[in-house]
Design a binder for this molecule. Structure first.
Ligand code: ADP
Ligand code: MG
Length: 416
């Protein structure tokens, strides 16, 4: 009975930090570095607690499931977290004394953590179900390494093998359980964010379509009168004021155009259009304003990229993304544009630049209304583009590295 109680305690010692993280930190912390520090600290706490209250099994066996927070922490946190948690395991084990168990622990960590780090990238890229499998397999691997060193250092006996076998099964089940739990909680948070976002967009689109029209008409009148005032014999200073006013009005008009197109419901998504053909048109258009900036646009566009969409809105979405790519390279460079069918019944449009790039926080804010880092930016282009892609039941993935460049990859359902 005591053994079961001890095993349950071990599970609780991992569950509490996990829930603490999701309840108090995951959504509230915006800075990904601080999030990582908190996550590492909570995994470290789990490890210390698991090692402090092990399961006493048979004669002289002390089992714990520190491997689970070690694996999850390293897979989510990466190199620094992996090293930190390994050091913690080693130092805390040292505190209990230098014996065979200590060497066992060091060797197990040395042979496990590099493998965890090796698979970290694939873990990050994988979907939920694959992530769970990767984490469970890696836990089994780490546990097997521990068992192998245990047998080498202490010899093989039926009793040893039985205890280690139970340990292995428990670790595999615990990792599967906690990874599933963690992934499900993350998915729920993600869904909630999406619902909040789409609600925000709905309200925005209702408001904008009402107000934008009302504002545009008086603005056209103001612009007309300003042009009339701009007589040739006016002093240079006044001419400049008028010019600035007209430019500012044009900027407001641009914002209103974006807002109007955002508010416009997509009723015409049923045209069967060739995305490759539309992309070429958009590129031709973009070439006119990228010529003076020393920018080359490289294309690789496949035939037969048919989709259902409203051509005008698709073009607007592509122009917004392409324009940002061009604007991200003030000193020139290359934009590569691709369009290919994928295996899963989608067509993939890729727009990749060699521009200033973005940090994770910036990528997360893309598509928020009025988010712009440009002096004359409207911060509406991405919001409109994302909404158009969403209305086409498509998906968009943004990868970017500061100083290296950005890639937008848009997936849209293909039609034959
Ligand atoms: P705007 O272009 O008017 O600023 P957008 O909504 O089009 O508004 O873009 C929002 C912000 O996202 C930009 O100000 C820029 O900081 C960032 N951004 C978008 N695309 C890229 C890109 N390809 N490279 C770097 N930053 C980008
Ligand atoms: Mg833009």
């Amino acid at each position: 009975m005591n053994v079961i109680k001890d095993f349950l305690l071990q599970l609780t010692l991992i569950a509490i930090p996990l829930f603490t993280y999701h309840t108090f930190f995951a959504e509230r912390l915006k800075n990904s570095k601080i999030k990582k520090v908190v996550m590492s600290a909570l995994c470290g706490l789990s490890i210390l607690l698991c090692m402090s209250f092990p399961v006493s099994f048979g004669q002289g066996y002390h089992l714990d499931i520190r491997i689970v927070p070690l694996v999850l922490g390293t897979l989510h946190g990466g190199f620094s977290t992996g090293i930190l948690l390994s050091a913690l395991v080693t130092l805390y084990r040292l505190y209990f004394g230098i014996d065979t168990g200590f060497y066992n622990s060091i060797l197990a960590v040395l042979f496990s953590v590099p493998v965890l780090l090796f698979f970290q990238e694939s873990f990050h890229r994988a979907k939920k179900s694959k992530r769970i499998k990767i984490a469970a397999c890696l836990s089994c691997y780490c546990s097997l390494i521990g068992i192998a060193w245990f047998c080498i250092l202490r010899g093989i006996s039926p009793e040893n093998l039985k205890v280690q076998g139970i340990h292995l099964i428990f670790i595999a089940l615990a990792t599967w359980f906690f990874t599933t739990l963690n992934e499900n909680i993350r998915e729920i948070h993600q869904l909630r964010l999406e619902v909040q976002n789409s609600e925000k967009l709905r309200v925005m689109s209702e408001l904008t379509s009402v107000f934008a029209h009302e504002i545009r008409n008086p603005m056209q009148v103001i612009r007309g009168f300003l042009q009339l005032l701009n007589e040739p014999d006016l002093p240079a200073e006044k001419k400049e004021y008028i010019q600035i006013s007209i430019e500012e009005l044009d900027r407001v008009n641009e914002i209103i155009n974006d807002l109007l197109s955002f508010g416009k419901p997509s009723t015409n998504n049923n045209q069967r259009i060739d995305a490759g053909y539309q992309l070429r048109r958009v590129i031709n258009m973009a070439q006119t304003f990228s010529m003076h900036q020393n920018i080359t646009i490289k294309t690789a566009i496949s035939d037969d990229c048919w989709i259902h969409a409203d051509a005008q809105r698709l073009n607007q979405c592509l122009i917004n993304i392409l324009k940002n790519a061009i604007e991200s390279m003030p000193n020139g460079g290359m934009v590569s544009v691709t369009c290919t069918p994928t295996d899963g019944g989608y067509i993939e449009i890729g727009i990749k630049d060699q521009g200033v790039g973005m940090m994770k926080e910036q990528i997360d804010r893309l598509g928020s209304p009025f988010y712009s880092l440009k002096e004359n930016g409207t911060g509406l282009g991405m919001m409109v583009s994302f909404q158009i892609i969403q209305s086409l039941e498509g998906r968009v993935r943004v990868t970017s590295e500061k100083g290296i460049g950005t890639e937008f990859s848009i997936l849209l359902p293909q039609v034959n």
